[in-house]
Write a protein that binds this ligand. Structure first.
Ligand code: FMN
Ligand code: SF4
Length: 705
């Protein structure tokens, strides 16, 4: 049955903010690109924003820009607003965004207690009150030494010192915002967003947890909101109605008692409106980034701040913008249902700059989805430019231009996982004839299985499949490729995307029937192949296959919560990305899980904030973790290992899942090369790199074919 295309009428309607009319209700929120040179906006910045403007975003907001640059800045690569020398770059950006049909808003801030440049240059951090307690930093245990070194290098290892703002500092700060707003206006931008969240200085004054003052700037909510209100009012006086004035505020701060509550934010929003704000942009903030980053500012949950936006909207008469993993369908629902007037889509627009136009063209299935992997924002921890796992053109828009080939050839792709599908898609876009051969009976490879533990991977595979169909790639499922069968297709080039091999540890007992690799576990859960396992498990797999249950990851996820006959005790060997996610999968289904990891860190190579979160979730689910464990033997009921102190230990095991021993390799490559055909290898077959590695290597190769 054909599904009716969703309707995005509300999302695509124009809307007003102060003096402005936005062509759609989708706004791109501030996201650091870290490409400016000493605060000056450069061409790569312009191209980045223009791609989103041209793709239909109603307004694009620049990354946080420092009103007193370099004072109060967190990077020398963020835009500066403190001198006239910054105006030409801003003007070029405003002109280009306007030419692309959108509007430009500049986010203005002083980074307060996270102003890394102040620490680097030996200045104390400007705060309402000196911090009283240090953050819990235990999550950093799962950073590699290299990652720790890169984070420390941003401030050259210097430790922060703090300065409680005096009345003079406060007057200076208000003046800096006003001067910055005048430059934004002079550059021809349309709006300024005053940042009053995420722990930056205005947000710090607003939060009870950061502001312990007893003067007119602390204490009651009105006093704590006073600085932001004075900034808003002073900016409003300076710019009149020549700029719209937006205010970004956290609906709630998470992770600490006594932090900013939604009731307080609602009250503050009323004060911001009275001070002259044209719109309130509702975000959220986890106060300890090492523990609560996935609650805010980059939430894991879809539509995470919907209830906050709704509460604020009920209290004010100006438009409300809601952010927080707003997917198109959810955004439409939110606007139609009165939760917000506008929605901001951050990572969605990093993953696909053309999102809004695709919705407008009635092609929502063509939108390349963000997989919520946090690879982009990880780069900000060490002051680098974001990288997108699914959109290698982020930061280099020219990379998204696929040149047509002068003389099309026949490209045969072996393997239908994300790497194979991506090579096939781009090769076909460029004009080649493409045949994709897949041994399994569905596309997606091991990434299909990963949806069981990581549901956002699913929409990416659906998008790729849809693109292959749209472009007319010939897909042959259920065909085990051999050199002879490939040569029979008469390829000009063969691209091997056959994935990684998953082996077993070289210890006694690794061949016992209750020991599974990722491949055999997948076969059991999806009823494919002839993997060994308990009789009940194999029977269930087969029954699921006959009823169609195993073709739907959501149904497998649900069904295995009720029935998962693998025994009570599960040992996962290897605590990397896959191991940790499998551990959580089994623990959520009531199993008693032990993870045995050979290294010192868990969750590699997950991007940092997600890794910290995954480790904590596994521990919250009661998963027992042993780092630096050496596996000695597997028996019918236990796994014996040596702990870092050299003691011999055992973990009970009805099921052993081996998530280590993953290796790249493309066994067909040599034979095909010997037969004189050009061969390329991509994805995990070339180097184990999961989805990011798959997509990026596919782009590199497909551009050269
Ligand atoms: C790479 C990256 C950098 C960000 N930098 C900023 C920033 O400079 N200022 C800000 O207020 N929020 C920043 N954010 C948060 C986003 O504006 C947005 O609130 C967040 O990503 C949640 O929206 P999303 O789920 O649609 O991505 C950043 C997000 C990302 C992914
Ligand atoms: S890197 Fe991951 S989280 Fe960030 S935009 Fe791309 S897909 Fe989304």
């Amino acid at each position: 049955m054909r599904r009716t295309a969703p309707d995005f009428t509300h999302l695509l309607a124009p809307g007003r903010i102060g003096p402005l009319t936005l062509p759609s209700r989708v706004i791109m929120p501030a996201m650091d690109m870290n490409v400016c040179h000493d605060g000056v906006i450069v061409e790569a910045d312009v191209e980045h924003y223009v791609a989103r403007a041209a793709g239909g975003a109603g307004m694009v907001i620049t990354s946080a820009s420092a009103v007193a640059f370099p004072v109060g800045a967190t990077s020398m690569k963020e835009p500066g607003l403190s001198e006239d020398r910054f105006i030409p770059g801003l003007r070029a950006l405003a002109d280009a965004v306007h030419a692309a049909g959108s509007l430009l808003c500049v986010q203005a801030t002083h980074h307060g207690k996270v102003a890394r440049i102040d620490t680097l240059e030996g200045r104390p951090l400007l705060v309402p009150s000196a911090p009283q307690a240090a953050h819990d930093l235990s999550a950093l245990r799962d950073n590699t030494p290299e990652e720790l070194a890169r984070m420390g290098a941003v401030t050259r290892g210097k430790s922060p010192t703090y300065h409680e703002a005096t009345d003079d500092d406060i007057a200076w700060l208000i003046d800096q915002f006003v001067r910055a707003a005048c430059r934004v206006m002079e550059a021809g931008a349309d709006a300024i967003e005053i940042h009053c969240a995420h722990g930056y200085v205005l947000g710090g004054f607003l939060s009870r947890a950061d502001n312990k003052r007893t003067d007119a700037w602390g204490g009651s909510l009105e006093n704590r909101a006073r600085l932001a209100c004075e900034v808003i009012a002073a900016v409003r006086r300076a710019v009149g109605d020549r700029l719209a004035v937006l205010v970004r505020v956290a609906g709630e701060e998470y992770g600490e008692e006594g932090a900013l509550s939604l009731a307080e934010t609602v009250e503050a929003a009323r004060l911001f409106e009275a001070a002259g704000a044209d719109a309130i942009h509702v975000t959220g903030w986890g106060r300890n980034p090492f523990r609560d980053f996935l609650r805010g500012p980059l939430p894991n949950e879809v539509g995470a701040y919907r209830h906050s936006a709704r509460a604020v909207r009920a209290a004010v008469g100006i438009p409300v913008i809601a952010v927080g993993r707003v997917l198109p369908e959810v955004g439409e629902e939110m606007i139609a249902g009165g939760d917000a007037d506008f929605v901001a889509m951050g990572r969605q627009l990093l993953a696909d700059p053309g999102l809004v136009d695709k919705l407008r063209a009635g092609r929502p299935e063509s939108v390349r989805p963000c997989i919520n992997c946090y690879v982009c924002v990880e780069q900000n921890f060490w002051d680098e430019t974001p990288v997108c796992a699914v959109n290698p053109a982020l930061g280099d828009e020219q990379a998204a231009v696929f040149l047509p080939v002068p003389s099309p050839r026949h490209v045969v792709v072996v393997g239908g996982g994300p790497a194979g599908m991506e090579v096939a898609r781009i090769s076909r876009e460029r004009g080649h004839r493409v045949t994709l051969v897949e041994a399994g009976d569905r596309l997606g490879g091991s990434a299909w299985f990963s949806q069981l533990t990581t549901p956002p991977n699913g929409p990416l595979l659906s998008w790729q499949e849809h693109e292959l169909e749209r472009l007319g790639v010939v897909v042959r499922l259920g065909q085990q490729a051999t050199p002879a069968s490939i040569m029979a297709l008469r390829p000009s080039t063969v691209v091997l995307a056959t994935g990684a091999s998953r082996g077993l540890p070289a210890v006694p007992g690794a061949d016992l029937p209750h020991v599974q690799t990722g491949d055999t576990l997948r076969a059991l859960l999806t009823g494919a192949g002839t993997a060994q396992g308990s009789r009940r498990m194999r029977w269930l797999g087969r029954a699921g296959r006959l009823t169609g249950l195993t073709s739907r990851p959501d149904l497998i996820r649900r069904a295995t919560r009720t029935v998962l006959p693998v025994g009570k005790d599960v040992v996962v060997i290897g605590g990397s990305l896959v191991g940790l996610e499998l551990a959580e999968f089994f623990a959520e289904r009531g199993k008693s899980v032990t993870v045995l990891e050979a290294g010192a860190q868990l969750g590699l190579p997950m991007a940092l904030p997600r890794r910290w979160h995954a480790v904590r979730r596994a521990t919250d689910h009661g998963v027992h973790v042993e780092r630096q464990a050496t596996i000695e033997e597997i028996t019918a009921t236990t796994v014996r290992y040596t702990d870092p102190e050299g003691r011999s230990r055992t973990a009970p095991a009805d099921l052993v899942v081996v998530a280590s021993e993953v290796a790249s390799g493309a066994p067909l490559a040599d034979e095909l090369t010997e037969r004189g055909v050009a061969v390329e290898v991509v994805g995990d077959a070339a180097e184990v790199g999961y989805i990011q590695g798959a997509i990026h290597s596919a782009w590199r190769v497909a551009r050269t074919l």
